[in-house]
Design a binder for this molecule. Structure first.
Ligand code: ADP
Length: 519
């Protein structure tokens, strides 16, 4: 490690060694190679541009969509004796002007700006005329139209930046990017494969849990009882859900804060400040809360309903445990969550192609909720993170893996029912036929006349629905994506039907000390 980098790491930041990927990223930048760093939340991405920013001549410009975080970052740098500032819309025009003049006078080593700043002629004019150390794109996934959090303003600055001749090197940083997004970022910022530093996404201190078939409000209440004084976030799918849960808990005397886009800016700021300063430990929020929240001691993130895709889920759940301490990410799933997410997609202003893409991502999320495999691996696989273990040993599925039940026969019945229904129906109708439901639609389609009608009537429709979703999640049955996805047999299904492939499910959890009644 070149002496200067190490010296800066020690003297300014007080750390002994680099974390995985940091040194490699810094080295690429110091050799003026455009670089993409994909590291998990809490992995130490800031140092990857801060150390080169201090080493190279000129000012480092950091573009971030998170106005609320800029001040914290700037304060942190200033407290280390490093000259830094931010220029964004939270400042008065007079303050913006003064900082711009200081920037022109080369008084700053680091300047944080929002993407919109590149629409300002005076800003562009200033940075064209001063030495620039580097330009960093924080939250770089926002640049990609394939990302879940695409910001057009982020992308539109790229052509403008290319016209600024004195930018020696770009660095893009993100904690959440699929292969598609990574390729997109590489193309936009001309980053070669050799200069993509990917440390993987795994967060070894996070334990993922799937909770089904429980009354959600009751679960949350008893969870909070057992985790008093711990900081946590409860994400709901809608504002209405957030309001309802907030009312229920406050009525019972549980101190919680609330944050969603329907509240005034003042209310949101107050709630956020109370949470950040640990005055209120639990925040109930929609996904409007979080981007820009840098709270290190969040011990749990509960999703009160299934979110719309795995990218959002991992990013939101990943707000737990930024300090590296063990933390829990719990998803409370109910079948209605699927309908709600489909409704939200239908209600959105997206065109049909974009909706289709959202349905595809939603299906991956549904599969996550129904897999019996390792939850951590399932998420990492989604991001094509191939070098992971098959089992994390921490998630609820790994912990409950002891008891296996052979459901090959039931699976064969389900699959042959799908076949006999002409592969023209979805999960709900198939479950009804297997149950032998008297639903009018079943009669209308004459599905009560097929031989598999009522063949699994010993089970509830809910159980049958769960099994069908399980077969999809394990790729033993195919589904089309869309508003009304139909079920189709795939090669794995044919193998199951021919008896070439057994089907197992993991059933009862291992009793824990809390389940003392078992004995
Ligand atoms: P990210 O942006 O990747 O989520 P941060 O840059 O905010 O992560 O870093 C997370 C925490 O880890 C910060 O408190 C930071 O000071 C600390 N950190 C970063 N690099 C190191 C290192 N090499 N050794 C120890 N701690 C580090």
């Amino acid at each position: 490690m070149p002496v200067k980098e190490k010296e800066i790491l020690h003297t300014y930041f007080g750390y002994e060694t680099f974390r995985p990927g940091q040194q490699e990223t810094i080295d690429h930048i110091l050799q003026f190679n455009n670089t993409l760093a994909v590291m998990p939340t809490g992995g130490g991405k800031s140092l990857c541009y801060q150390i080169p920013g201090m080493t190279l001549d000129g000012t480092a410009i950091i573009i971030s969509p998170l106005i609320s975080l800029m001040k914290d970052q700037v304060d942190a740098l200033q407290s280390l004796g490093i000259s830094a500032t931010y220029i964004n819309s939270s400042l008065t025009p007079g303050e913006q002007q003064t900082r711009l003049q200081d920037l022109a006078a080369e008084r700053y080593k680091f300047v944080y700006v929002a993407p919109e700043r590149f629409e300002s002629f005076s800003f562009i004019n200033v940075i064209k005329n001063i030495p620039i150390a580097l330009v960093a794109f924080d939250e770089a996934h926002c640049i990609s139209q394939w990302g879940h959090d695409f910001r057009p303003s982020y992308r539109s600055i790229v052509p403008n930046l290319k016209k600024i001749p004195n930018i020696p090197v770009f660095i893009a940083l993100t904690a959440t990017a699929t292969e598609e997004v990574i390729t997109d970022i590489q193309g936009l910022l001309h980053i070669e494969n050799d200069h993509v530093v990917h440390t993987g996404f795994e967060r070894g201190n996070l334990s993922f849990h799937m909770v089904k078939g429980k009354d959600k409000a009751t679960y949350v209440r008893s969870f909070l009882d057992e985790h008093q004084d711990e900081s946590g976030i409860i994400y709901t799918a809608t504002r209405k859900q957030a309001d309802a849960l907030y009312d229920q808990l406050t009525k019972r005397g549980v101190a919680v804060a609330k944050y969603h886009a329907g509240l005034s800016e003042h209310e949101r700021k107050q709630a956020q400040a109370a949470f950040i300063h640990d005055e209120i430990t639990v925040m109930i929020a929609t996904n409007a809360f979080g981007m820009g929240i840098d709270k290190s001691n969040v011990r749990f993130v509960i999703h009160y309903a299934m979110p719309m895709n795995i990218e959002s889920y991992y990013q939101e759940a990943g707000r737990a445990g930024r300090d590296g301490e063990p933390s829990d990410c719990i998803l409370l799933f109910s079948p209605q969550d699927i309908q709600l997410q489909k409704f939200l997609i239908e209600q959105s202003l997206m065109d049909d192609t974009a909706k289709q893409k959202e349905y595809r991502k939603l299906q991956a999320m549904i599969n996550y909720c129904h897999t019996h495999g390792c939850l951590t691996t399932s998420i990492l696989d989604y991001f094509n993170n191939t070098d992971t273990e098959d089992t994390c040993g921490r998630c609820s599925n790994c912990l409950h893996r002891q008891e296996k039940t052979d459901i090959t026969e039931e699976a064969q019945m389900i699959l042959s029912c799908v076949k006999r229904m002409g592969e023209r129906f979805g999960v709900g109708m198939t479950a009804k036929v297997l149950k032998g439901s008297k639903d009018k639609k079943i009669k209308d389609f004459r599905l009560d006349k097929i031989s598999t009608y009522g063949i699994l009537s010993a089970y509830t429709e809910k159980e049958l629905t769960e099994w069908i979703h399980f077969l999809i999640a394990e790729q033993l049955l195919a589904t089309e994506e869309g508003k009304f996805p139909t079920l189709k047999l795939n090669q794995n299904a044919v193998d199951v039907l021919k008896g070439k492939r057994p089907v197992w499910i993991y059933t009862a959890p291992i009793p824990t000390s809390e389940d003392a009644d078992y004995y």
